[in-house]
Design a protein around this ligand. Structure first.
Ligand SMILES: [Zn+2]
Length: 304
């Protein structure tokens, strides 16, 4: 990975660029948004978490919406698609939704028609929002017309249940039209099972945040990056017990974080954070107390 030259300004739609072996990665943003700091840190007391994630007068913290574009040489792969443009006015204002992803693609010089693979780690609305676009005349159309989309079958089924606990997290227009048209392939990967999507890009089951969350592995020429999604949403969540109030199964999250670190640290994986606006990627190491921390010399990003 190239070393950081400059920190991206908060409104820069390109959050970072790096290489993994022969693959080029660009981190794009759908903008930042705000969530309750207490919900983001579960049972962790505020005096501890606010040192890492300062909150505003409404107790909200700033979070990113990071989409990773991987150019493999043969494929253009998009991991995650932000919040999109389908929320109603009330939720838009609560979250501070910015709808930046389309202009981030323009800034990065990637045409939506060129994208041939889209992968969703899970189907919460802040991860698959731009799978489809709500047009001014009220239609729902695929944002990436030539792409094959991949998501977990269990996520679609869970979303359809519309359970009291998390119905709000699932917006069926983000996936049902793609499933109906055959453009979305539904996967059945289990915990710790992997499935190749295209050479060098695979998904692996890492349950806990939801029952069917998938991480995305990016591997080329001996280098390895991993989009771990909401299992570790930001670099402020590296401690194994600092799981979110949103997680459906916090005990499984803790076990899965241990399983992740048991490979990511010794094998020096570049970790891609889904909701960290300022530190979208970095290498994790253990400090002298044995706690996982970001290697400060590798934080970051270069961009030209
Ligand atoms: Zn999320």
């Amino acid at each position: 990975m190239t070393h950081p030259t400059k920190r991206a300004d908060s409104h820069e739609p390109i959050r970072g660029r790096t290489t993994v072996g022969n693959f080029e990665l660009t981190i794009l943003s759908d903008g930042f948004y705000f969530l309750d700091g207490g919900a983001m840190f579960g049972v962790v007391p505020k005096p501890l978490w606010e040192k890492r994630a300062p909150s505003d007068e409404q107790n909200r913290i700033l979070l990113g919406l990071n989409t990773v574009v991987v150019r493999t040489g043969r494929h253009i792969v998009v991991i995650e698609t932000g919040i999109g443009n389908k929320l109603g006015d009330k939720l838009k204002s609560i979250y501070g939704v910015q709808e930046k992803l389309p202009q981030a693609f323009v800034a990065a010089g990637v045409k939506l028609e060129e994208v041939d693979i889209v992968i969703n780690s899970h189907l919460h609305f802040d991860h698959c929002g731009w799978n489809t676009t709500h047009t001014p005349d009220g239609r729902i159309v695929p944002t990436f017309p030539n792409a094959r989309y991949f998501a977990h079958r269990g996520e679609v089924e869970h979303g359809h249940l519309q359970l009291e606990r998390d119905a709000i997290s699932y917006i069926s227009d983000n996936y049902d039209p793609l499933v109906a048209s055959g453009q979305m392939t539904l996967l059945d990967v289990k915990r710790s099972e992997t499935k190749e999507i295209v050479p060098g890009i695979s998904v692996e089951g890492f349950p806990g945040h939801t029952s069917h969350l998938m991480a995305v592995h990016i591997e080329s020429n001996g280098k390895h990056a991993c989009y771990i999604s909401d299992l570790i949403p930001t670099s402020a969540h590296l401690d194994i017990t600092w799981v979110m109030g949103y997680d459906l199964d916090p005990l499984t999250c803790i076990e899965e974080r241990k399983r992740f670190y048991s490979r990511a640290i010794p094998e020096k994986w570049l970790v891609l954070f889904t909701h960290d606006h300022h530190t979208p990627l970095g290498y994790v190491e253990l400090n002298d107390k044995g706690k996982p921390v970001i290697n400060q010399t590798t934080i970051g990003f270069t961009y030209s």
